[in-house]
Design a binder for this molecule. Structure first.
Ligand code: PLP
Length: 383
């Protein structure tokens, strides 16, 4: 374990991957807006930099930082979470291979697998990540990858990462955990046995709704070599400004996640038992079927809440359009609170499939504003 990996989470978040520039003392990573790098004689690259798709001195510290946050040896940054997903699928699977996916996977992940990868001979089976036996039963002789999201988007189901890793490994398959909803502050899949941690860094890691990005972190050198090959070969890389913004966001990740969790817990209290609400879905609730597993593998329960409205679809749409501080928008994990209707927005691509989400469902991404203001906003919108 490197010295940096022994430091606490916040110290790693602030420092891992970058030391003040020896020439200028700049305490923040400079934005190296250069697509190419001078060579000292043919092949004489300085610190391995040759061309910015292959490597960029702003992106490299971000990748080292992401690896340190997840407790992994290798980190790769991408232009989006979907670019990271695409890279992983193409690295881990070949035509004729099969993967198991969550039966409530993020809509974009499902769409990419269902609409694109099936055309290239990949087969998939949806299974509930909360049901280890169902995941085991979905595995076939040609299963090469088990895809886990926990908590899932948007139903906040919880998968037991340790148990699911054992199931995948028994079958000779790799297991990836999409750790976007938890963030590496709340949950570290590699330490629980997963082979790969995947992120949409657009969300909590970036944290300010100002940059789109993705990441893959692993301890598996062979996998990382495949990721690096495709990252360069296909080229879905973040630009240096994106890499800088992501690193800037990471520095406050621990503080933000504590506040997101504090605020979410208060809103859950308000929603629980509210006449307009038929179900509150939050892994921190003891009534949540995944509560015990979440308590075992997560530091806290995060800032995402899903609710079902007693008045059905129209009540859900009305709730989404009446909030004033919660902005009606897709995405999540930023400092500002957001509200959305998954069925009509983020998860519209699952309509008519086994992954379709309930129409009375509303998803809240609770921000870091003052709790009293958020509570008043939710109360008035539900009135
Ligand atoms: N994984 C999850 C759980 C997500 O919520 C998202 C986006 O919402 C993605 C992956 C895709 O990430 P991106 O939008 O950065 O491509």
């Amino acid at each position: 374990m490197s010295e940096q990996q022994q430091h606490g989470f916040s110290t790693r978040a602030v420092h891992a991957g970058y030391e003040p520039d020896p020439q200028t003392g700049a305490v923040n990573v400079p934005i190296y807006a250069s697509s190419t790098f001078a060579q000292d004689g043919v092949g004489g690259m300085r610190n391995g930099f040759e061309y910015a798709r292959t490597g960029n001195p702003t992106r490299r510290p971000l990748e080292a930082n992401l690896a340190a946050l997840e407790g992994g040896s290798y980190g790769r940054a991408f232009a989006s979470g979907m670019a990271a997903t695409d890279c992983l699928l193409r690295s881990a699977l070949r035509p004729g291979d099969h993967l198991v996916i969550p039966n409530d996977a993020y809509g974009g992940t499902f769409r990419l697998i269902d609409k694109v990868f099936t055309q290239w001979g990949i087969e998939y089976t949806p299974a509930a990540v909360s049901d280890v036996d169902a995941v085991r039963a979905a595995i076939r002789p040609n299963t090469k990858l088990v895809w886990v999201e926990t908590p899932t988007n948007p139903l906040l189901n919880i998968g037991d990462i340790e148990a699911l890793s054992a199931v995948a490994h028994e079958a000779g398959a790799k297991i990836v955990v999409d750790n976007t909803f938890a963030s590496p502050y709340l949950q570290q899949p590699l330490a629980l046995g997963a082979d790969i941690a995947l992120h949409s860094t657009t969300k909590y890691i970036g944290g300010h709704s100002d940059v789109v990005g993705g990441a893959l972190v692993t301890n598996d050198e062979e996998l990382d070599t495949a990721f690096a090959f495709l990252q360069n070969g296909a080229g879905a890389v973040p630009g240096p400004f994106d890499a800088y913004l992501t690193m800037r966001g990471i520095k406050t990740l621990a503080l933000r996640m504590e506040r997101h969790s504090d605020n979410a817990e208060k809103i859950v209290e308000l929603l629980t038992g509210h006449a307009a609400v038929s179900q509150v879905i939050y892994p921190g609730l003891e009534s949540h079927p995944g509560h015990a597993v979440a308590a075992k593998q997560m530091r806290r329960f995060g800032g995402m809440i899903s609710v079902r409205l007693s008045g059905g679809k129209q009540a859900a749409l009305d709730f989404c359009s009446r909030t004033e501080i919660f902005t009606l928008a897709e995405s999540l994990g930023g400092v500002e609170s957001l509200i959305e209707h998954p069925g009509a927005m983020t998860h519209a691509s699952t309509a008519g499939s086994a992954l379709e989400v309930p129409e009375d469902l509303v998803r809240l991404s609770v921000g870091i504003e003052d709790a009293e203001d958020l509570l008043a906003d939710v109360a008035q919108a539900l009135r």
